[in-house]
Design a protein around this ligand. Structure first.
Ligand SMILES: [Zn+2]
Length: 326
């Protein structure tokens, strides 16, 4: 059975929303949009793997998609997790195209870009090692002793993988998507002794679910060397694709096309609450939404479902339920 279904990435969505509030010519804006499109491409690859795995789902093979667990003060994101009575398996999906060079000694994976630059990322084997450590910690907490295996699969049809350095052979856990089902069957057919019953396994999967957390977005402004003062305030017009709405006649209306935009001010608040601070005061809300009156800002924040609270006797607002991308 599938015990945990895929939820779309809020990070890609949030990056796209943030980019609306950055000057067009800012390199950080390009970086953000590129990151967002990499995440979206990754999701495409992950869904292909979901489809391949689904036929394996049974009472003795419980599958979870895109599970995020706390680990080491940060989080680990496991693209796919299989739980069987004899073993657990994490699968990491990479949807990259082109000539990918994998350098285990230097802990890197990279690709030469046509413009002469180099795309680099952590070697996926190190990523899965971290996933395994995080999962092991959870298993310990639950008092279960299940060996954890990992596979890394490259899903893009136009990918060429090459191991460089002293190890010119790809690590065994890395394969192209075409080889994934075969690798899985090998694991399922290996005679690993069962450690638990299907009932116990179900219990494990349900407990794991309670440990999941929402995707976190870490220090994006800092990473991109951006400051809050660089954010352009305003409310987005869907029609014109710019921050061209103003509050007039009790609603946000675009100055250019005159269309009303009743929801997009929430995106502006979301950007502030995600990237600047997890709470917002009336003054900042007025500035970001370009409002004159505190009363309007207050009503709009409540309408957006923000929760008021007091901090140092001053009123702030925050998101009371975690945001999920559609
Ligand atoms: Zn417009």
């Amino acid at each position: 059975m599938i015990f945990y279904d895929r939820k779309p990435s809020i990070r890609a969505h949030a990056y796209e929303l943030l980019s609306r509030h950055l000057p067009e010519n800012l390199p950080a804006r390009t970086t953000l949009l590129k990151d967002a499109s990499i995440i979206r491409a990754g999701e495409f690859g992950e869904k292909r793997v979901d489809q391949l795995l689904s036929p394996f789902a049974s009472d003795e093979c419980l599958i979870g998609f895109n599970l995020i667990f706390p680990f080491d003060g940060e989080t680990i994101q496991i693209d796919h997790l299989l739980l069987t009575p004899s073993f657990a398996l994490t699968i990491e999906t990479k949807h990259l195209k082109g000539h990918i060079l994998l350098d285990l000694e230097n802990e890197q994976m990279y690709r030469h870009e046509p413009d002469g630059s180099i795309f680099t990322s952590t070697h996926p084997s190190l990523q899965t090692e971290r996933h395994r450590k995080g999962l092991l910690q959870l298993f310990k907490k639950m008092n279960i002793d299940l060996p954890i295996y990992s596979l890394i699969t490259f899903t893009h049809q136009n990918v060429h993988l090459e191991a460089v350095g002293t190890h010119t052979v790809l690590p065994k856990e890395i394969c192209r998507i075409e080889r994934l089902t075969m690798k899985l069957r090998e694991l399922c057919e290996s005679d690993l002794p069962p450690k638990m019953t299907p009932d116990q396994l179900l219990h494990v999967s349900q407990t794991l679910k309670t440990y999941t957390v929402n995707e976190k977005i870490y220090n994006t402004l800092e990473r991109l060397n951006l400051s809050y003062s660089q954010l352009i305030p305003g409310v987005w017009c869907h029609q014109c694709a710019e921050l061209s709405c103003i509050w007039t006649g009790r609603r946000f209306r675009c100055l250019v096309c005159r269309e009303p935009n009743d929801e997009t001010y929430q995106d502006t608040l979301f950007v502030y609450l995600t990237f600047v601070s997890d709470s917002i005061a009336n003054k900042q809300a007025r500035m970001m939404l370009k409002l004159a009156r505190p009363g309007t800002a207050r009503i709009l924040m409540l309408r957006a479902g923000l929760e008021p609270f007091y901090k140092t006797s001053k009123r702030f607002y925050r998101m009371n339920k975690p945001f999920r991308a559609n």
